[in-house]
Design a protein around this ligand. Structure first.
Ligand SMILES: [Zn+2]
Length: 57
């Protein structure tokens, strides 16, 4: 899974990285991923460079 991130608000050593709920392209080679923490329900966004699926390459 691409663009996994962890919640800054309730981050612990046991926190699992979660996948984004939405990924939108923001420019050449760049995307903006939106996350919803299942634990504290905060929402955040993170910009990424595009990560290609190896299987699809
Ligand atoms: Zn959280």
């Amino acid at each position: 899974m691409r663009y996994l991130d962890t919640c800054d608000r309730c981050l612990t050593e046991d926190s699992k990285a979660i996948p984004p709920s939405v990924v939108v392209p923001t420019g050449p080679g760049a995307v903006l991923a939106t996350y919803h923490c299942p634990r504290c329900r905060t929402t955040w966004v993170c910009g990424w460079g595009v990560q290609e699926d190896e299987a699809a390459a």
